[in-house]
Design a protein around this ligand. Structure first.
Ligand code: ADP
Ligand code: MG
Length: 357
């Protein structure tokens, strides 16, 4: 049988290749893998200093961007260079890890000096802003594809996983999810470029800022976390899918819709972009109610707005993972909207909101 989702495909063909994990390690299934490093080195009890006894863990992640699928083939190369690294650093941020280094695997149809100069400039800008050093890669000829592998570090025991939320925790999101999907709508001519929010939305789409400082500041505060790449509702289910006793209740009235509307997005469009649009690279996280002040302090320190948009609740008997409390107080199930390249009935085109037209 042909696997019908990305996760089914990975489970069936690749999950068996994961070695047994040591305590504190994370393999396939989170934003980044977390590894004791070296993995097969001296047993830790034989090391002397406490820094050596408890060395930081390695966080490692990789993401591919394919021309015509993940970006318009004629997108500004400078923006592409920025974004290719930013989306990887976002996965590190989602673990609470600090970026250290990255590898760049570049497949190019031709060596165009003007294009390469701009691409390198965008890459360099993101790398220096977030302190990641290019340490290797691969260059080959073929259809334009950019693959980056990012390496980061996080103190042992302090990484923030996806599957560790608790009932009664608050659900929080950083920034204003939906902006990237609105930026794409402008790029496609579906929304006028003259709207007051258009420039900001396009910037959110083409030059996302990985929330590295916020991710680090949330260590010891957030109980679970991931970054938003495939749409808020779809990614939110990843916080509870391996926790059969948990569900998420979103509060409609608390969704940060007003800036999207102030930017000129029609209400219905803004709502769909916020809940289902991809490519935002904001952090979605849970934290105990007692940590509300600590979350606010972390957000202030990182200079990023955060919004308390829901609650972790017991999974209803009917089994829904995601529900929404409407402004009139009624609660209804919310079906995840978003993207999976291998789901039955999914459009053949990847992430439709960012595919080329
Ligand atoms: P993200 O959107 O956070 O980058 P993905 O949806 O790309 O995460 O992947 C989900 C999980 O599956 C991650 O832990 C990733 O490392 C793992 N994964 C994806 N593709 C493969 C593969 N071909 N082999 C092994 N693991 C994979
Ligand atoms: Mg991720």
């Amino acid at each position: 049988m042909t696997p019908t989702t990305e996760f089914a495909l990975i489970r069936r063909y690749f999950a068996a290749l994961t070695p047994p994990l040591q305590p504190g390690e994370v393999g396939i299934g989170d934003d980044a893998a977390l590894l004791t490093w070296p993995r097969a080195g001296t047993p830790q009890r034989e090391r002397s200093s406490s820094a050596e006894k408890y060395p930081p863990m390695l966080a490692v992640t990789t993401d591919t961007l394919v021309a015509g699928r993940h970006f318009f083939p004629d997108v500004d190369a400078e923006a592409l260079g920025w974004k290719a690294l930013a989306v990887n650093l976002s996965d590190l941020a989602a673990m609470g890890a600090t970026p250290e280094a990255f590898l760049l695997a570049l497949t190019l149809p031709a060596a165009n000096p003007t294009w390469l100069e701009r691409f390198a400039a965008g890459l360099a800008a993101c790398a220096s802003r977030y302190g990641a050093a290019l340490v290797g890669g691969d260059t080959t000829r073929g259809p334009l594809t950019v693959t980056i592998t990012a390496l980061g570090s996080v103190p042992r025991g302090e990484a923030i996983r996806r599957d560790t939320a608790r009932v009664t925790d608050d659900l929080w999101v950083s920034g204003y999810p939906g902006r990237a999907a609105l930026g794409l709508a402008v790029r496609r001519g579906e929304l006028p470029a003259t709207l007051p929010g258009a420039a900001e939305w396009i910037d959110a789409l083409e030059r996302p800022e990985p929330r590295v400082a916020l991710g680090v500041a949330l260590r010891g505060v957030a109980s679970a976390m991931l970054d938003l790449s495939d749409g808020l509702t779809q990614d939110a289910t990843h916080l509870v899918e391996n926790r059969p006793e948990l569900a998420l209740l979103l509060h409609h009235a608390a969704l940060p819709l007003s800036p999207l509307i102030a930017g000129g997005a029609p209400l219905e469009v803004a709502y769909r972009a916020l809940l289902g649009g991809g490519d935002d690279y904001e952090l979605l996280f849970t934290a105990p109610v007692a940590q509300r002040d600590a979350v606010a302090a972390a957000a202030a320190a990182a200079g990023i707005a955060v919004h308390r948009i829901g609650t972790v609740i017991p999974r209803p008997a009917e089994g829904q993972m995601l529900l929404i409390k409407e402004t009139d107080g009624t609660i209804r199930p919310l079906s995840p909207q978003g993207w999976d390249p291998f789901r039955d009935g999914a459009p053949k085109e990847d992430r439709p909101w960012k595919a080329a037209r």
